[in-house]
Design a protein around this ligand. Structure first.
Ligand SMILES: [Mg+2]
Length: 299
């Protein structure tokens, strides 16, 4: 590892951790079931001890952030409720900024609707389709909705055809799990809505700029001083590289060494580690380099 990498790590003030394949290996979205990956809890503690801020961003919207945080703590990972971000949080911030109090039609369960409501989004009741009236929605947001039936499709499609913009929390086809491919639901629904209406969609979760902006907002960092750490070249590394954050990939999930050999240099994550333990050692080296110049200075 070059000294350039170490100085880049030394300048990191906040770290975003992905969940599946990074902090946790599991059989469900957002770390459901599963167990913490070796060194993950220690690295979080090390980051805090070094004065850095941490947050977690999982692209899952099956559960609200507080529920994900409680589960991560149950697995031994020291994160607070407010440090857990999901695309629903990024969506709430983005939709509020773009549309203020104008009505939004949102699909998803407990990981979507209550989160939007808590952030002050004016939500239309999707059951209003029964009235047969137009929704008046300015935006349609699709999240993890295990009950997306024909009436919902009809109501959402009519809103989009009447001019509502189409958004989704994540359109990832699948995510890492222990024994099998775990398929994504939000992308499946939004692709169907796009097929029906002919309209494109905008992703608000990873790897969008909206997600990175939400990460930096939560960490209180600039993009340049933020390390985005995950197991997925598309979701985490490309988001970081495009936004000017430090891109780190851990090879405990979706990405293999063979896969890395195939990607162009400008898409290569700056940091590639086999494990959280290896990254912790790099941070230790980086901070040793930092110490002589930072003594007596407030970070
Ligand atoms: Mg992942």
């Amino acid at each position: 590892m070059t000294s350039e990498i170490l100085s880049r790590l030394a300048a990191v003030e906040g770290v975003m951790f992905d969940v599946d394949g990074c902090l946790v290996i599991s059989d469900g979205p957002a770390g459901q079931e599963g167990s913490a990956l070796p060194g993950a809890a220690e690295l979080i503690a090390q980051m805090r001890a070094s004065g850095r801020r941490v947050c977690v961003f999982t692209n899952g919207t099956a559960q609200p952030p507080a529920e994900i945080a409680a589960h991560l703590r149950h697995l031994g990972l020291g994160v607070a409720d407010e440090e857990v971000l999901t695309p629903a949080v990024a969506a709430a911030r983005t939709l509020r900024e773009r549309y203020g109090q104008q009505p939004v039609l949102a699909y998803g369960g407990g990981g979507v609707v209550p989160v939007l409501r808590a952030h002050g989004i004016n939500l239309i009741d999707p059951d209003e389709h029964r009235s047969g009236a137009a929704s008046g929605a300015v935006a349609v947001l699709v999240g993890w909705d295990t009950d997306f039936t024909k009436p919902k499709l009809q109501f959402a499609a009519e809103a989009i055809l009447a001019g509502a913009a189409l958004y989704c929390t994540s359109d990832a086809p699948a995510f890492a799990s222990k024994d099998r491919l775990n398929v994504g639901l939000s992308g499946f629904i939004v692709a169907g809505l796009s097929h029906v209406t002919g309209q494109p969609w905008t992703v608000l979760g990873k790897p969008s700029a909206f997600a990175l902006e939400t990460v930096c907002w939560a960490l209180g960092t600039t993009t340049e001083s933020t390390l985005v750490l995950g197991d997925d070249l598309y979701l985490e590394a490309s988001m970081a590289r495009r936004g000017g954050a430090v891109a780190g990939i851990v090879l405990t999930g979706m990405t293999t060494r063979e896969r890395l050999a195939d990607i162009p240099g400008d898409e290569m994550p700056e940091i590639v580690v086999e494990s959280m333990t290896e990254l912790a050692a790099l941070f230790t080296d980086a901070d040793e380099l930092r110490m002589p110049v930072s003594t007596g200075l407030k970070r």
